[in-house]
Design a protein around this ligand. Structure first.
Ligand SMILES: O=C(CO)COP(=O)(O)O
Length: 139
């Protein structure tokens, strides 16, 4: 599975704690992250993560492009609902692409907990279905 980890500044501590708690699951997958989030998680967990640019500098869009290319399976994106983001259009675009391509997206710890349990238990039947469906929509 290709998994993206992203958090706004006030939510980074939550996502780091989540990654520490579920390190044994995350280390079985290919991890991607926006710049600062990825650095924080790597420092805290030692997990290997491919880092993109920081969100405000295009990192959200880089991850969005992987979604559009059917190369992303799950997104953990802990958004800060109480702080205006300079790159709000990029945030909205990323969330929109998750819905366009039926990509599981956790925007808070509660949903993240449910998603990670599904991942652990192998509740992944949607993946092949989604890929064939998205393949049909290409072009
Ligand atoms: O801004 C972000 C997501 O919109 C996250 O970017 P950073 O991980 O670089 O802070």
């Amino acid at each position: 599975m290709n998994i993206a980890l992203i958090a706004h500044d006030h939510k980074k501590d939550d996502l780091v704690a989540f990654a520490v708690a579920y390190k044994s699951i995350f280390e079985e997958h290919n991890l991607f992250a926006t710049g600062t989030t990825g650095l924080r998680i790597m420092e805290a967990t030692g997990l290997s993560i491919e880092r993109f640019k920081s969100g405000p500098l295009g990192g959200d869009q880089e991850i969005g492009s992987l979604i559009a290319k059917n190369q992303m399976d799950i997104i953990f994106f802990f958004r800060d609902p109480l702080t205006a983001q300079p790159h709000e259009p990029d945030v909205t675009a990323l969330v929109r692409l998750c819905d366009v391509y039926s990509i599981p997206l956790a925007t808070n710890m509660g949903t993240a907990e449910m998603l990670i349990r599904g991942l652990k238990e192998g509740l992944l039947e949607w993946r092949e279905l989604r890929k064939s469906k998205n393949g049909e929509n290409n072009g």
